[in-house]
Ligand binder design. Structure first.
Ligand code: ADP
Length: 398
């Protein structure tokens, strides 16, 4: 079945056209800086054709229309638009209502819109993909796949904050967790490779956004992101864990500049803020290697947070059996993996340094055979899981 996977961010669109039988990517692409004069367009089809342009792209509808034009032009490879049976949309927030992927109906759409209150920076953009593709592909079924859904199995002790209980009841103020599609994919893939269903896995998604998850027998039991994707690990531009008192202090100092405080916490902190250099781990690693002290501190802080959380999840899982790295940093940086794993020797992590150094962007075991905890690198593939969920729901005829 041919499924189009759409991921719409505030000013970007990413897509993949996937043939689910054989798991082949027929075409993929991205449009960045939507709404600006110099939007960057990059499309590619499996046959080798490419399109790269820099021009004004008015809005998400225009970005999707240009992606569809490309899919039509490449009909020899893609089969054209008529062969697209379904469209899977990445939706960041499903609130406490959506515990799995769903076919989008009028009722579901209303509920997603009502959840948007909890994710004003994400959900409204995610839905732009739905509206644009609904009019351009009226025959295709549309499916929503939520970043939060995998974490619906968190017990109350992990999802509640120590706030007055009414805040949870009235405001739905609780921890939801994000990156669920990635944690579900890599933990599922690990279970598939190892052929066991009863593992207790710590999955580390380390990319621009970073989160870590404790997965027991296929279910998420704790994760580091919370009410928003700002909690937990140090990220590219987000601070991760922070004393709420520090936020109150900043708000107090900013007067009515609360928006500015939000921008600092979301966009100017993390690796970028601590290093003063860049949110990109490659830049920070390069500068640290040249002796830049702030870059070294940023990396140290980044790894220490992962170590602390992994240690805590080892206890939460009553003894982890596996540790899995994914995301741009987790998949491609032997140095970060080495630092994290060295910090976890006390819980039984022993990696094979050569295997670790030789593993970049591919699936591989990097622990020594008798490591108490099995350590793997498993490249995440959220798009494939979105396509599989979409095809599964269409096949089930829901
Ligand atoms: P997103 O969360 O936006 O999907 P990615 O998962 O692609 O992002 O991760 C982006 C991060 O991965 C960036 O910080 C980038 O520097 C980092 N990264 C990519 N390749 C490497 C590498 N070879 N070494 C270290 N970091 C890398």
């Amino acid at each position: 079945m041919k499924i189009l996977v759409l991921n719409c961010g505030s000013s970007s669109l990413k897509f993949q056209l996937i043939e689910t039988v054989g798991e082949r990517v027929l075409a993929h692409g991205r449009v960045e800086r939507i709404g600006e004069q110099d939007a960057g367009i990059q499309f590619a089809a499996a046959g080798g054709s490419e399109k790269r342009e820099t021009r004004r792209v008015e809005d998400h509808s225009a970005a999707i229309a240009s992606a569809f034009d490309f899919l039509k032009e490449e009909a020899k490879v893609t089969g054209g638009l008529e062969e697209i049976t379904g469209v899977g949309h990445r939706i960041v927030h499903g609130g406490d209502r959506f515990t799995a992927s769903v076919l989008i109906t009028a009722g579901v759409l209303r509920e997603i819109e009502s959840v948007s209150r909890l994710a004003p920076l994400h959900n409204p953009h995610n839905l732009k993909g739905y509206y644009a593709s609904r009019s351009l592909l009226p025959e295709a079924r549309q499916v929503a796949v939520f970043d939060t859904a995998f974490h619906h199995t968190l017990p109350a002790r992990a999802f509640l904050y120590g706030l007055p209980y009414e805040y949870y009841q009235r405001e739905k103020l609780r921890r939801y967790g994000f990156h669920g599609t990635s944690h579900r994919f890599v933990s599922g893939r690990y279970a598939q490779i190892r052929g066991r269903g009863n593992d207790r896995i710590i999955t580390c998604h380390l990319g621009n956004g970073c989160s870590i998850c404790a997965v027991a027998e296929g279910k998420s039991i704790d994760t580091s992101m919370g009410f928003t994707p700002m909690e937990g690990l140090l990220m590219g531009t987000r601070s991760g864990d922070l004393d709420p008192g520090a936020v109150l202090y900043l708000l107090d100092r900013a007067g009515d500049g609360s928006r500015e405080v939000g921008e600092v916490l979301n966009g100017k902190s993390g690796l970028a803020g601590v290093s003063g250099l860049s949110p990109d781990m490659r830049d920070v690693l390069d500068s640290a290697a040249k002796g830049n002290e702030r870059a070294q501190i940023a990396i140290d802080l980044f790894c220490y947070r992962v170590i602390k959380y992994a240690g805590a999840y080892h206890a939460a899982l009553d003894g982890a059996t596996a540790l899995v790295f994914a995301g741009g940093i987790g998949e491609n940086s032997p140095e970060i993996r080495q630092r994290v794993c060295r910090g976890l020797r006390a819980i039984g992590v022993t990696i094979d340094e050569t295997r670790n150094q030789n593993t970049r962007g591919e699936e591989a075991r990097i622990s020594v055979p008798d490591s108490f905890i099995d350590v793997w690198v498993i490249p995440t593939n959220e798009e494939l899981l979105i396509a599989q969920d979409t095809a599964g729901l269409i096949e089930a005829g829901g």
